[in-house]
Design a protein around this ligand. Structure first.
Ligand SMILES: [Zn+2]
Length: 330
């Protein structure tokens, strides 16, 4: 199934909301994670929501974000043809500083949805900025996720502890005025590694926001960021409270790193000269008596291990989120 657009993604989220399951929205910056995610999602017959941040696009573009986004978007589009599931792309955490990037993505049809994050702005400014993106994106069939309430990476910036949770009555007004298709809320999760920290989770806030929206006729799927630290039973609870999109980035980064670490540690004798010898790694190709093993240092070898690890990780996450066997396209 080719890379799909916003209209199909809308149906995917509507079905998830109605039937009570969620999508793991997975951040990518390079092909190993992408291919692992495609493989795992296909095996689970789950539609796949990919995400790319501005800095990841910049990384993929060798320092230039728009060429990086084009490259990743075309890469997904081409690979997705080999899979039956629906494959979607979301632009993660766009801010008002990324206007050119957002416009290029819309103009060149590079994405299925856009997340605009003006949550650090005052309410009225957040509404105005989010509404502007909706007005640009909707005519091109691209969905918009907006955020209300702050999700923190570090706690010491918080002025008031209550201020960073989403207020249910504000959420209704926010969705009505912005026309956002998805709403990212703050219930106390944090970006990055947070398990074991005192994060004061308020899962009930998701339920309150969902109820307030439904009472006013909005079936808006809710989104949670910073979910790498949530326990499986907490994930199940929030899905019951209307959350249809769970963002994951840190978890994959860690699996990537530990797979590479373990591989290189286990094969170090085939990659670097034995300790205590005089052989320098600068001229190993001309030295007699010892040479590195291509099957250990070829980047494709470790990359294959990483792809398999990402595949196993996403399979586990899909099982938690309940989106397996639910693809609308198979
Ligand atoms: Zn986020």
């Amino acid at each position: 199934m080719p890379f799909k657009g916003g209209e199909e993604l809308k149906r995917v989220y509507q079905r998830a909301k109605k039937d009570g399951y969620a999508f793991v929205a997975s951040n990518i910056a390079e092909p190993n994670t992408l291919i692992g995610l495609l493989e795992g999602s296909q095996e689970k017959r789950a539609d796949l929501v990919l995400q790319i941040s501005f800095s990841a696009a910049k990384f993929a573009g060798g320092g230039q974000a728009i060429p990086g986004l084009r490259t990743i978007s075309y890469y997904i589009k081409e690979l997705a043809r080999n899979y039956q599931i629906g494959v979607f792309l979301n632009l993660d955490h766009m801010t008002k500083a990324h206007t050119d990037f957002i416009e290029a993505a819309i103009e060149e049809d590079l994405t299925s949805s856009i997340m605009i994050d003006a949550s650090k702005e005052p309410f009225e400014e957040n509404v105005r900025i989010s509404r502007e993106v909706v007005e640009l994106a909707h005519p091109r069939g691209i969905l918009v996720e907006a955020e209300l309430g702050m999700i923190k990476g570090v706690e010491d910036e918080i002025v008031s502890k209550e201020a960073f949770y989403t207020a249910p009555d504000e959420a209704v007004e926010f969705v009505r005025r912005t026309g956002a298709d998805l709403l990212a809320i703050s219930i106390g999760t944090q970006h990055g590694v947070s398990r074991g920290k005192d994060i004061k989770l308020r899962l009930d806030i998701a339920a309150q926001v969902d109820r307030a929206l439904q009472e006013q006729g909005f079936e808006t799927p809710l989104v949670l960021h910073g979910t790498s630290g949530l326990l499986p039973e907490q994930v199940r609870r929030v899905i019951g409270y209307g959350v249809c999109k769970l963002n994951k980035d840190t978890h994959y980064q860690y699996e990537y790193a530990r797979t590479a670490h373990d591989f290189y540690r286990d094969h170090s004798q085939e990659i670097v000269p034995p300790e205590g010898t005089e052989i320098s790694t600068d001229d190993i190709f001309g030295i007699e008596g010892w040479s590195p093993v291509k099957n250990a240092f070829d980047p494709r070898i470790v990359s294959q291990k990483i792809r398999e690890r990402i595949k196993a990780t996403v399979i586990e996450l899909i099982e938690q989120a309940g989106s397996g066997d639910k693809s609308l396209f198979i």
